[in-house]
Write a new protein. Structure first.
Length: 299
């Protein structure tokens, strides 16, 4: 029971995408095996709507173009030894802006995790923790090479990104807590499209994110809530278009309900809102509802 509960903590809080909604996705905390299982598979379906844009000067602009998206995502992780695990995430995204619609693969990610802080004996305060490395591969169009007039075919950030971090979980009877932090680096690429007027070089830099949350458990149910914050350095462009860019940040609040069908499977329903907390800058803000199903296999 306890090991499966540890997994539910990250199922609800660990897969929230951290990039601006305009960019179709970005670096996210990976789905990690936190319990005693050998393999886990998570599928999720989400619906999100962009409601506001925030300019670099923090001025808010209400969106009125019916900008919404649906995302189907498959995430899997499996042990390769007693302490090491590997995993992947594959999203398929359908975006619609006004009368434009585009569907296709989003940016995929690959993960390597290590049980760096095992829970070998009972402790009143010591959490269980994993460290991880993650690679995001730009397998979908970005805002820089979108061909649709309103860029509805922009489903990713467009950069190879490498990051690493730590995820911690702790159960206190009926209560639980989770926290995580990561830092990542994205690498420059060239893009060419008629919208850019030719070829440009986009140069990103560093970014980081954090998450914190908790929940209350009774029987087969868990109710939880959490916050995820993200920050991205400015992206400079040169070539056919030149810009120094502006940094980007926002905070996402999430509330969720988990229901355990058995010791091997569970459903999660969550709602995420980027408009309520923090001081966002240079970003699009969305509200998203997600339903997830996770199944697990024991060692």
């Amino acid at each position: 029971m306890k090991s499966f509960l540890l997994a539910l903590l990250l199922l609800g809080a660990g897969t929230q995408s951290l990039a601006a909604s305009c960019c179709g996705g970005g670096f996210a905390f990976p789905a990690l095996i936190m319990g005693d299982e050998k393999t886990q598979l998570t599928s999720s379906l989400s619906y999100g709507q962009v409601t506001d844009d925030v300019l670099p000067n923090q001025k808010w602009i209400k969106r009125a173009d019916e900008n919404h998206s649906q995302t189907f995502k498959i995430e899997a992780a499996t042990l390769i030894s007693d302490t090491w695990q590997t995993g992947f995430s594959v999203p398929v995204i359908s975006r619609s802006i006004a009368n434009e619609t585009s569907t296709g693969l989003g940016d995929i990610s690959l993960t390597l995790g290590h049980e760096t802080f095992p829970e070998k004996s009972y402790s009143l305060w010591k959490p269980k923790g994993l460290t991880f490395l993650q690679l995001v591969v730009p397998t979908s169009p970005s805002i820089y090479d979108a061909t649709n007039t309103l860029a509805s075919d922009s489903r990713g950030r467009g950069f190879f990104t490498v990051g690493g971090g730590v995820a911690l979980v702790k159960v206190f009877g009926r209560w639980d807590a989770n926290a995580g932090v990561e830092i990542h680096k994205s690498f420059a690429r060239e893009f060419s499209s008629p919208a850019n007027g030719g070829t440009i070089t986009a140069t990103p830099n560093m970014g980081h994110s954090w998450s914190i949350g908790g929940g209350w458990n009774k029987g087969d149910w868990r109710m939880g809530s959490g916050f995820t914050g993200m920050y991205e350095d400015a992206i400079e462009t040169s070539g056919a278009q030149s810009s120094r860019g502006s940094s980007q940040k926002n905070i996402t609040w999430t509330t969720m309900a988990n229901y355990m069908l058995s010791m091997e499977s569970a459903w999660t329903l969550s709602y995420a809102d980027q408009t309520l907390f923090g001081s966002p800058e240079n970003t699009s803000l969305s509200k998203t509802i997600t339903i997830s199903y996770q199944t697990r296999w024991q060692r």
